[in-house]
Design a protein around this ligand. Structure first.
Ligand code: ATP
Ligand code: MG
Length: 280
């Protein structure tokens, strides 16, 4: 853990992230710089494909990155292994997803109690916390229902309660209103703002919904995998692909395929023909 001498709870520096489709690199984040203070309520806006979900996933330690620095709550998350990241998420981050991601066979109350039990709480304590958070999101009377017995807005309230039940420092919400009608979406945003005011939890929310952008206390604009000050300003040119997407980060299967392809093309030194290319 690094000394925490700033008010920033999230610091992202020169962050690069590349996806590989086969051996083709697709840079999704092109040197993102960003700082979010404790207790902020910030919205990440940008066109489809600008890198919003990728950035949230890297900050939330769900995905790794190629280059740069990501410090969340004093921890360097890019330096963590798989197990460390899982534990980090459990103790620091609450997630709210567009598609709610509730467990279908569990009731609303059990969905929330389950994550508390993962944190090591016993059944009784977990159920008490679940009841508390169901009341906070005005769902106390429907805790016995399963997700398919709830409306979209009600399911998202349960998902918000579940995200907050583990007392996370940060809540990351990826398009939380995308599956809700306008009014329900507006009500959800009011609820998130109230929770931010009441508990001081930091919120980082991605969206292209204008209502969500209006609710933002801070709007962060993302274009082509970079944070920009103004939409109309063209972001600086990204680095060359060879630098942005280092070949060493190509997943192993892709590297083997690339190696075999090169080997097939290369004639051998003895003049023999290489292996006959496979017919597709
Ligand atoms: N698993 C993946 N494999 C390959 N490319 C991907 C993958 N996930 C995302 N990308 C690419 O990375 C870029 C950023 O994607 P991302 O999902 O972060 O965008 P977004 O801003 O969240 O878009 P949306 O608003 O549509 O959700 C896009 O060009 C996308 O095609
Ligand atoms: Mg997205």
């Amino acid at each position: 853990m690094q000394p925490d001498n700033s008010s920033a709870i999230i610091t992202v520096k020169k962050l690069h992230k590349c996806y590989w489709v086969g051996s083709m690199p697709f840079p999704a984040l092109n040197g993102v710089n960003l700082s979010i203070d404790r207790g902020e309520f910030a919205v990440l806006a940008g066109r489809s494909g600008s890198g919003k979900s990728t950035l949230l996933n890297v900050i939330g330690a769900l995905e790794s990155a190629d280059n740069g620095e990501v410090i969340v709550n004093g921890e360097n998350i890019l330096g963590m292994n798989h197990t460390e990241r899982t534990l980090f998420r459990l103790h620091n981050i609450g997630f709210v997803f567009q598609s709610f991601n509730l467990i279908r066979v569990l009731s609303a109350r059990e969905n929330i109690a389950y994550v508390c039990q993962l944190q090591g709480m016993d059944k009784k304590e977990s159920e008490g916390i679940a009841d508390h958070w169901l009341n906070e999101v005005d769902m106390g009377h429907l805790g016995y229902r399963r997700p398919d017995q709830l409306s979209g807005g009600q399911q998202q309230r349960v998902a918000v309660a579940r995200a907050l039940a583990t007392n996370p420092k940060i809540v990351l919400a990826d398009e939380p209103t995308a599956n809700l009608d306008t009014q329900t979406g507006q009500r959800l945003m009011c609820l998130l703002q109230q929770l931010n005011d009441k508990f001081g939890t930091t919120f980082l929310i991605s969206s292209h919904d204008p209502d969500v952008k209006n609710a933002a206390r801070r709007l962060i604009k993302l274009a082509d995998g970079q944070v920009v000050r103004k939409w109309e300003k063209i972001p600086p040119a990204p680095p060359p692909i060879s630098k942005a997407c280092p070949i060493k980060n190509l997943p192993l299967a892709g590297r083997i395929r690339q190696f075999l392809r090169k080997k097939r093309k290369r004639p051998s030194k003895t003049g023999e023909k290489g292996p006959t290319p496979r017919r597709s």
